[in-house]
Design a protein around this ligand. Structure first.
Ligand SMILES: C[S@@+](CC[C@H](N)C(=O)[O-])C[C@H]1O[C@@H](n2cnc3c(N)ncnc32)[C@H](O)[C@@H]1O
Length: 212
């Protein structure tokens, strides 16, 4: 693949890292205040979801609402998703990733999810038939990601327009109220898909960041 390889072994474990069991899970990256995570875990009691959020205030809002609602199949994590994914997830463990309305990174295309070398690592954690749902209100973001999914990652996908009455996340509600076009790619990992990280086992807390 014509992209520099993600340096997984250089990732330090997030502060207070806790390992997880090697069981099938879904993972939401950039869960914000957790609206989708709470709804998904409520509506899919047989599936386990881990919702990762980097921004402290948003994570705390999600944690508070989770304490009120009490879904036992939801785990919330306050961390940067990159090191957390590297240290926590097992190869082919994940049934679904959700990346809903990520920061558009207008001045930093290299930080958009489908452009990142890290995306290959993410694919290695997905099980065969598993999906990545990537939603955005920015048509150029979706178009660019679609090109990457086709040309660079060689993955099957469907592109969907989000219904006007959808209300999965706080950002989705805001964008649909403004009349913006919200779209998503549902990207699927096909049978036999190989990445350079398929044998990379989670570091399980190695390279931990020392507490300050
Ligand atoms: C535009 S907000 C969308 C939040 C939520 N998904 C929604 O739709 O309401 C993007 C979120 O992704 C989080 N985020 C960005 N990069 C992240 C990373 N590397 N790890 C974890 N969270 C991240 C940000 O802190 C922010 O809360």
């Amino acid at each position: 693949m014509p992209i520099r390889q993600f340096q997984a072994q250089r990732m330090h474990a997030p502060r207070d890292f806790k390992s997880i069991a090697p069981e099938p899970i879904c993972v939401e990256i950039g869960a914000g205040k957790g609206k989708h995570a709470l709804l998904f875990s409520q509506n899919n009691p047989e599936q386990k979801l881990i919702a990762v959020e980097r921004t402290r205030e948003k994570f705390i809002a999600m944690q508070k609402q989770h304490a009120i609602e009490g879904q036992t199949n939801l785990q919330t994590v306050h961390a940067d998703a990159l090191p957390w994914v590297v240290h926590a997830l097992y190869p082919a463990q994940v049934e679904q990733f959700f990346i809903l309305y990520p920061n558009p990174e207008p001045h930093n295309p290299a930080q958009r999810w489908a452009n990142m070398p890290f995306f290959e690592f993410l694919l290695s954690r997905l099980k065969t038939g598993g999906t990545i749902t990537l939603a955005s209100n920015i048509p150029e973001y979706i178009d660019e990601a679609e090109q990457q999914v086709k040309d660079l990652w060689n993955l099957p996908y469907v592109k969907e327009v989000i219904a006007q009455d959808s209300a999965r996340t706080h950002f989705e509600i805001k964008y649909l109220e403004r009349g913006e076009l919200c779209q998503q790619l549902i990207i699927r990992k096909p049978e036999g898909y190989a990445t350079r990280f398929d044998d990379f086992q989670p570091l399980q807390g190695q390279n931990s960041v020392a507490s300050e």
